[in-house]
Ligand binder design. Structure first.
Ligand SMILES: Cc1ncc(COP(=O)(O)O)c(C=O)c1O
Length: 417
């Protein structure tokens, strides 16, 4: 163990990995342009549905961005909003979902997948994940469906497409809508179709960690014109295109994105294809290196996941086989200059939020129902997507650092847990 950086040895790497977000003069120019224009907010409602009926007819940055984003995915309508959480809330509310309704979600995800339904009065019902993909397991879906189920919301976790074929088959047979939480999915595809544009609607986030960002931001995509119109109205305090400004038809939020964010996101979208290609190439190369190391199990990519967005590079860490606890491994790896983390500490239903008696629901029962989510919270290791924006030789450093820790452990057999 003595040569490990954790114990004073020389680290494999001292050079930092690329910083995120990536930006240059293009973002700066776009921001200054908005600043000088004096049009800092988007007053042109209606662009999402029909550019001709935009209020004032002005071409806004947000209007242009939502159009380009939807087009890149192959979706008809894109409706921008302030956050990914808001995008999920808005789409569910626009579908008429509310108190008494249930939305099926996986528990191995960010909290908003479950709390966005709760914020509009609906109840999240957890369905376990597939141990091989970390995505909602379609073979467990039917048992989670009840007469109150109004939507199923798979997450394309880490940018890997959920098994949409099987999920859509079950949901269309049972008359249930599929809404995609595509907050990790920018640039990913399922059987060639853009993630987020497969079910009735998809929700995206542009929060700081995401593969495209304006610090914060969100967006809904759908092909359903009526749903798009309602979503836009809910984002615009219940206004209707063509009706007086101070006439409000629905109980809506003010979830509009600013023009500064729209301007940045247009530039971020321009970079996305090239960045996605780089992340994929580096991730697949890294997988080839890592799968040779005992106890390290990169995830398989099913053939339907034609384009992996690699929002996170994840691998399973087998403590017994590797010979070290995951916590020690993460410490050792970080000391070698490779930033890595354990990801979610527990499945969503174990958050204190779900233990509040005022919810009137026993969420603790999901512990027994979701063994794969429980296990994955104990076993996964995450690398941020910015790491994949480095060069191929930098991937060798990651593999070398893990090999180094593995070799050090092998020299001390007694350290095996
Ligand atoms: C899977 C998932 N869903 C929803 C969200 C919510 O997005 P936001 O942070 O923009 O509200 C996130 C963001 O972290 C996410 O990772």
């Amino acid at each position: 163990m003595n040569d490990l950086a954790l114990y004073g040895g020389t680290p494999v790497r001292t050079k930092p990995f690329p910083h995120w977000p990536v930006f240059d003069d293009a973002e700066e120019k776009a921001l200054v342009e908005v600043l000088r224009s004096g049009q800092w907010w988007r007053y042109s409602m209606g662009e999402a549905i029909d550019p001709k009926c935009a209020v004032e007819g002005a071409q806004s940055k947000v209007g242009e961005f939502q159009k380009q984003f939807a087009r890149a995915l192959g979706a008809q309508f894109g409706i921008a909003c302030t956050t990914g959480t808001g995008a999920i809330e808005v789409v569910l509310k626009s579908m008429g979902i509310g108190p008494g309704d249930e939305v099926i979600v996986p528990p191995y995800t960010f909290v908003s997948t479950a709390t966005a339904p709760m914020l509009i009065g609906a109840t999240p019902v957890f369905c376990d994940i597939d141990i091989a993909t970390l995505n909602l397991d379609p073979s467990r879906l039917e048992e989670a469906i009840t007469p109150r189920t109004k939507a199923v919301m798979p997450v394309h976790f880490a940018g890997l497409a959920a098994d949409m074929g099987a999920i859509l088959e079950i949901c269309s047979r049972r008359g249930i809508a599929v809404i995609e939480d595509a907050c990790h999915g920018h640039g990913g595809t399922w059987n060639g179709r853009g993630l987020g544009a497969i079910g009735l609607a998809g929700a995206f986030s542009f929060q700081a960690s995401k593969n495209m960002t304006a610090g914060e931001g969100g967006l809904i995509v759908t092909d359903d014109a009526q749903l798009a119109e309602l979503c836009e109205s809910h984002i615009w305090v219940g206004r209707k295109v063509g009706r007086p400004w101070y006439e409000h038809h629905y109980l809506g939020w003010n979830y509009r994105l600013t023009e500064f964010q729209g301007a940045i996101l247009l530039e971020q979208l321009r970079r996305l294809p090239q960045q996605t290609a780089k992340r994929q190439a580096n991730a697949f190369y890294l997988t080839e290196q890592l799968k040779r190391i005992s106890g390290i199990r990169p995830l398989e990519v099913p053939s339907y996941a034609t384009g992996h967005a690699f929002h996170i590079y994840v691998f399973r860490f087998d403590e017994r086989e590797f010979g070290m606890s995951r916590a020690e491994f993460l410490q050792a790896l970080t000391a070698e200059g490779i930033p890595a983390s354990a990801g979610y500490a527990h499945p969503l239903y174990r958050n204190p939020l779900f233990q509040n008696p005022s919810l009137g629901r026993d969420y603790s029962r999901f512990g027994a129902l979701c063994p794969n989510s429980e296990r994955s919270c104990q076993e996964m290791v995450w690398l941020e997507h910015r790491v994949l924006l480095a060069e191929r030789k930098d991937m060798d450093d990651i593999a070398e650092a893990i090999q180094k820790v593995s070799r050090a452990v092998a020299r001390i057999p007694s350290s095996r847990p």
